[in-house]
Design a protein around this ligand. Structure first.
Ligand code: TMP
Length: 225
């Protein structure tokens, strides 16, 4: 049985990953590729519980290392119970985020030591990295408009009129623009250094981004089938 391929989508919140994820799933299914679509944090009942812990807004400030370890705890479960078995069965796995998100959000955004993140990655998923990653690159202000965060989370903080707008936003989406700028810088650096990462200009409308991704996927599918 030929091992499946592992594809991930990455980008800031509001980069428009969902439309592209559906397009990738449809494209692969049309070509007779058995595909499993999943996400992080999450992808198993236990890991989805951890997702709730990570995304729920709370009064208490969460220690960046506690956050990082929870992400890897969820990932250990996800890799062991879902990703590895699927790849071994020959299925292709398409995940909405994986460890690159930790590199960008916890490493870039929170300032967690990159070597610590790489050590955890080696411990939790030795030898496993995506075969192909699409990084949807979008400026922070555009991404924030898409999630309905607007501009108010600049360095000025949140005023009373802005709280209503923020009510639907999760703990990461509520972070200041400067946090998301650091996340973007880290993603772009990663995309430059890792050949498996393809950067897609996500300023375009979501369906145009999805078409671009699918066009890049075609040769990859032919090469590996
Ligand atoms: P999502 O909204 O794209 O499903 O992602 C949930 C949030 O979790 C998103 O704001 C990014 C954040 N996140 C991290 O900070 N580190 C990680 O390793 C992952 C997978 C997600």
């Amino acid at each position: 049985m030929k091992r499946g391929r592992f594809i991930t989508l990455e980008g800031l919140d509001g980069a428009g990953k969902s439309t592209s994820l559906e397009a990738v799933q449809g494209f692969l299914a049309d070509r007779g590729v058995e595909v499993l679509v999943t996400r992080e944090p999450g992808g198993t009942p236990f890991a989805e519980k951890v997702r709730g812990l990570l995304l729920d807004t709370r009064e208490e400030t969460v220690d960046p290392m506690a956050e990082t370890l929870l992400l890897f705890a969820a990932r250990a479960q996800h890799v062991g119970a879902v990703i590895e078995p699927a790849l071994a069965r020959g299925q292709w796995v398409v995940s909405d985020r994986f460890t690159d998100a930790t590199r960008a959000y916890q490493g870039g955004g929170r300032g967690v030591d990159g070597q610590a993140i790489e050590a955890l990655a080696r411990l939790v998923h030795p030898g496993l990295e995506p075969d192909l990653t699409f990084y949807l690159d979008v400026p922070v202000d555009q991404a924030r408009r898409r999630i309905g965060g607007g501009e108010p989370f600049g360095e000025g903080g949140e005023g009373p009129g802005e709280e209503g707008k923020a009510a639907h936003l999760d703990r990461f989406e509520r972070e200041r623009a400067s946090f998301h700028e650091r996340v973007r810088v880290a993603y772009r650096a990663l995309a430059r250094s890792a050949p498996r990462v393809r950067t897609v200009d996500a300023r375009l409308p979501e369906d145009a981004v999805a078409r671009r991704i699918v066009s890049m996927l075609g040769p990859f599918v032919e090469e590996y089938r």
